[in-house]
Write a protein that binds this ligand. Structure first.
Ligand SMILES: Nc1ncnc2c1ncn2[C@@H]1O[C@H](COP(=O)(O)OP(=O)(O)O)[C@@H](O)[C@H]1O
Ligand SMILES: [Mg+2]
Length: 306
C-alpha cells in the first residue's frame, strides 16, 4: 500500500463502453485485467463501481472486499461509525490511497490506482472531511481555484498574461460567480474565506467542488460540525446540485438521520466491511445495521427531511 499517487501508473485498459476519440488511456503497469471481467452490457452502466476493494494500514484493515455501485444521477450515501473506513473509501476513489487489491471503475475506465492528476479530466471533484479552503483568499478566489485544472493556458502564459489567459480568467470568474449565486453566497463573495462562519465555509467548499461541473462529486462529511439550520441548507444545496446539474453525488456521513431524506441509496460500513446496502428505509430496518451501528450511534441522531 502506498499513499502517494503516481500519475497514471496503475490505470487499466478501458474495457467498458467506448473510448472517446483523443482520450488517451495512460500506460498500464502490470497485466491488464481480462476484458470480460470489466465489460458491462447495459446502457445504464454505473458511473462509479468499486470491485472487491481492500486496503490496510499495517495491521489495521480499513476496507475489506468492498463492492459498491453508484448510478448516474443518484445521491449515494456511505455511512458508518468513526473508523469504519468511509474516508478511506473516498480516498481510494480519488486516488489518494492505493488499494491493496480491487478495481475502481470511473465511467468506462478501470483503475487499480486512480490517478489523482487526472481526476479533474475524469470529471471527479471532492471535498475533504476537514475544511481545505485557502483561508486568506476571498470566496470568489477560492471558488475560482476549482477551475485551475481546467484552464489550458500554461503557467508561463498566465504569468505574462496572454490574451488566452486573460480570456480564461474572465471565463473562470464568470463560472465562479454563477456558482456563488447558485449556492446563495453572493453576500460573502468578496469576504475572506477564513473569517466566515463554518457552515458558510462548507458551502464555499461545495461551490469550489461544483464550479467545474463534475460528473461525480465526492463529499466527505459535508454536514459535520455545522448547525442544524446549516445542515438543512447544505442538504438542500446538495440536492439542488444534483437536480440542476445532474451531478452524481457520493456523500459520506457519520449520522444516519442526516442522509435519510436526502439519499437515494445508502451503503453502511462497519470495521471496513459493507454490512448493508439499499434504500434508506431498507437500511434502517436492517438488523445488522441496527446491531452494529444504530445501536451505538443512536444518540445525537438528527432527523433531516431535506
Ligand atoms: N493514512 C492512514 N494511516 C493509518 N491508518 C489509517 C489511515 N487512514 C485511515 N486509517 C485507519 O483506517 C481505519 C478507517 O479510517 P477512516 O477511513 O478514516 O474511517 P472513517 O472515515 O469511517 O471514520 C481507521 O482505523 C483509521 O485509523
Ligand atoms: Mg472519515
Amino acid at each position: 500500500m502506498s499513499m502517494v499517487a503516481t500519475a497514471g501508473a496503475d490505470a487499466l485498459v478501458v474495457t467498458r463502453g467506448q473510448t472517446r476519440a483523443g482520450e488517451a488511456v495512460p500506460p498500464a503497469s502490470g497485466a491488464p485485467l481480462a476484458a470480460g471481467s470489466l465489460r458491462a452490457t447495459d446502457a445504464a452502466a454505473p458511473l462509479l463501481t468499486l470491485q472487491d476493494i481492500s486496503l490496510s494500514f499495517g495491521g489495521v484493515t480499513a476496507l475489506q472486499a468492498i463492492d459498491l455501485q453508484v448510478t448516474t444521477g443518484e445521491i449515494r450515501a456511505v455511512i458508518g461509525p468513526n473508523g469504519a473506513g468511509k474516508s478511506s473509501l473516498l480516498n481510494v476513489v480519488s486516488g489518494l490511497y492505493r488499494p491493496d487489491s480491487g478495481v475502481v471503475l470511473l465511467g468506462d475506465k478501470g483503475f487499480r490506482h486512480v490517478p489523482t492528476s487526472r481526476l479533474a479530466a475524469l470529471g471527479v471533484a471532492r471535498t475533504f472531511q476537514n475544511l481545505a479552503l485557502f483561508k486568506g483568499l476571498s470566496v470568489l478566489d477560492n471558488v475560482m481555484m476549482g477551475l485551475v485544472h481546467h484552464r489550458r493556458a500554461g503557467f508561463l502564459r498566465q504569468i505574462v498574461v496572454s490574451p488566452r489567459a486573460r480570456r480564461e480568467e474572465a471565463d473562470s470568474r464568470a463560472a465562479a460567480e454563477a456558482m456563488i449565486e447558485f449556492l446563495h453566497l453572493e453576500p460573502a463573495k468578496d469576504r475572506i474565506a477564513g473569517g466566515l462562519p463554518y457552515g458558510v465555509q462548507k458551502r464555499v467548499e461545495l461551490a469550489r467542488a461544483l464550479v467545474a461541473r463534475p460528473k461525480l462529486l465526492l463529499l466527505d462529511e459535508p454536514f459535520a460540525g455545522v448547525t442544524l439550520t446549516e445542515k438543512h441548507e447544505l442538504a438542500q444545496h446538495v440536492r439542488n446540485a444534483r437536480d440542476t446539474y445532474g451531478t452524481t453525488i457520493v456523500l459520506i456521513e457519520h449520522d444516519i438521520g442526516v442522509v435519510m431524506g436526502l439519499s437515494d441509496r445508502v451503503a453502511v460500513l462497519d470495521h471496513g466491511r459493507k454490512i448493508a446496502d439499499g434504500t434508506p428505509d431498507q437500511v434502517r430496518a436492517d438488523q445488522a445495521v441496527i446491531d452494529a451501528y444504530l445501536g451505538v450511534a443512536h444518540e445525537g441522531e438528527t432527523e433531516l427531511v431535506a
